[in-house]
Design a protein around this ligand. Structure first.
Ligand SMILES: CC(C)(COP(=O)(O)OP(=O)(O)OC[C@H]1O[C@@H](n2cnc3c(N)ncnc32)[C@H](O)[C@@H]1OP(=O)(O)O)[C@@H](O)C(=O)NCCC(=O)NCCS
Length: 143
């Protein structure tokens, strides 16, 4: 398994989009809007690739010059529990540090809170609804 940055609109990006759609949207009958996808031009798309197949994805969005948002983390169901999600996050954190960011924030689905807690993300604030699901804001300081 290799983690790399997929260029917006390219083959790996398209595979990653299919995976995100399948894991994060379809079960709740959601779709990406053209505006959401347009915004992704300015975001960084990390993909975990195994023999040409995208098995995991996570997306970095800049909030300000010190903070980034981690979004759209998804691993193919058949490949879960092997460390791919954690490795994607480690790669993301390293990239963020190298680019001068000091804080990562994310909106965790309730079921994923424990996973992020194990990786030193801290819950801040109360539960809120996003795309019909309960979420918690979580942050990690990198310095
Ligand atoms: C959350 C997710 C990205 C984790 O990816 P992963 O590659 O399975 O993660 P890892 O293997 O690095 O770690 C998995 C942890 O989750 C748990 N886990 C183990 N097997 C699992 C499985 N088959 N499915 C889900 N979680 C599992 C374990 O507690 C493990 O922690 P451990 O290191 O203490 O054993 C993945 O389960 C997923 O895509 N879930 C659906 C989408 C989602 O919820 N995304 C996050 C939105 S906020």
């Amino acid at each position: 398994m290799k983690i790399e940055i997929a260029s917006f609109g390219g083959g790996l990006y398209k595979q990653a989009l299919t995976l995100r759609n399948f894991v994060l949207l379809k079960p709740w009958n959601l779709v990406f809007t053209p505006e959401q996808l347009e915004e992704e031009k300015n975001q960084v798309h990390f993909v975990a690739v195994e023999e040409g197949e995208v098995v995991g994805v996570v997306v970095l969005k800049e909030i300000d010059d010190k903070t980034v948002k981690m979004r759209q983390l998804a691993v193919k169901e058949k490949d879960r529990g092997q460390g791919i999600g954690s490795e994607l996050i480690a790669f993301f954190e390293e990239y963020a540090l190298e680019h001068g960011y000091t804080q990562i924030e994310l909106h965790a689905r309730e079921r994923a809170v424990r996973f992020y807690t194990q990786l030193d993300y801290e819950r801040v604030g109360d539960v809120f609804k996003e795309v019909t699901l309960n979420h918690y804001k979580m942050i990690k300081n990198l310095d």
